[in-house]
Design a protein around this ligand. Structure first.
Ligand code: NAD
Length: 292
């Protein structure tokens, strides 16, 4: 990569951001990190610990964001723009922020000649730690080529999915609609098997040898649900947030939303209501308890 002098910024060091920043810190660029809580504890040991977003904006030419949602992203974008002697040339948003939020971020930054790529991720905390995330990047070919080496240090499966702002978010939201559906449908199916006297381990084993297999049956059930560890690191509130964004974007673009609305209102919003602080793998006990 031909830009050794550039400092990279990373804002938002949560379940995903901390391991992503850790992988980013292994390349040759200086890294400066910030989170509203415990920045030092969450930053890679070789990173500069910032005490504000403004400090990141004054030091870094490329800034990554991995924040809870789109409204926090827009606040952080405004804070970056409020810094007059900033260095920022590119913002890469790894948050699942939403389609209209990404377009808004692009517009605000573009007015000030800062490039923006929406680049949400899939693969969970384990993928973030291993550097094997999928990353759905919306950027011009030129911008994508410039940032790709940095993306690959966090996400082995980064792809440029389109050049319009928001297209990375759209890709991520449709993926999480499928993932949320697989979680709910697989949980209901296993509960049915158990009601028929089948062992849940046997149900999962047979489904994984048959056509109903999916990531929930191949990964979440054996590793996190049947073990009762419920430790994917992906919160129920994030799944409900992503589905809300999906349904809204589907309606905005006149795309079908028949199943996604049932999934949102009939399952994930209800679970968020009952068990607001849960990991999303708790869907199986939730469906067993409230799904009748
Ligand atoms: P998280 O809540 O663990 O992390 C968010 C971090 O942002 C926290 O450390 C918080 O303190 C920090 N933060 C909040 N406001 C801030 C601000 N103004 N300035 C600086 N830092 C701020 O969430 P997460 O699980 O890491 O998810 C982050 C994003 O990635 C979300 O949009 C989520 O939907 C998406 N995502 C999560 C997963 C997962 O498995 N957890 C997988 C794929 C995508």
């Amino acid at each position: 990569m031909n830009m050794p002098e550039k400092t990279i910024g990373f804002i938002g060091l949560g379940n995903m951001g901390a391991p992503m920043a850790s992988n980013l810190s292994k390349n040759s660029h200086p890294l400066i990190c910030y989170d509203t809580i415990d920045t030092k504890k969450k930053s890679p040991s070789n990173a500069i610990v910032a005490d504000s977003i403004e400090q990141v904006a004054k030091s870094a030419s490329i800034v990554f964001l991995c924040l809870p949602n789109g409204s926090v992203v827009l606040d952080v974008v405004d804070r970056i723009l409020s810094v007059h002697d900033r260095c920022v040339e590119i913002v890469v948003d790894n948050t699942t922020a939403g389609v209209s939020e990404a377009k808004e971020a692009w517009e605000r930054l573009n007015k000030e000649n800062i490039k923006y790529a929406d680049a949400p991720v899939s693969g969970g905390v384990s993928g973030a730690k291993a550097g094997t995330l999928a990353m759905m990047v919306a950027a011009s070919q030129e911008l994508y080529t410039e940032i790709e080496p940095l993306l690959f240090s966090m996400a082995k499966n980064a792809r440029n999915v389109g050049d319009q702002p928001g297209q990375g978010m759209a890709m991520k939201l449709l993926n999480n609609f499928l993932s949320g559906m697989a979680m709910a449908a697989s949980s209901e199916a296993v509960a049915f098997g158990v009601a028929q006297g089948l062992k849940p381990e046997k149900v999962i084993e047979m489904v994984n040898l048959s056509t109903g297999r999916n990531t929930t049956t191949e990964d979440k059930f054996p590793k996190r649900i049947l073990t009762e560890t419920f430790d994917s690191g992906f919160a129920t509130n994030l799944m409900a947030k992503d589905l809300k964004l999906y349904v809204k974007s589907a309606k905005d673009s006149h795309a079908p939303s028949f199943l996604s609305e049932i999934l949102l209102n009939g399952v994930w919003s209800k679970m968020l209501d009952k068990w607001p602080d849960s990991d999303f793998t708790k869907i199986y006990p939730f469906i067993k308890k409230y799904g009748k």
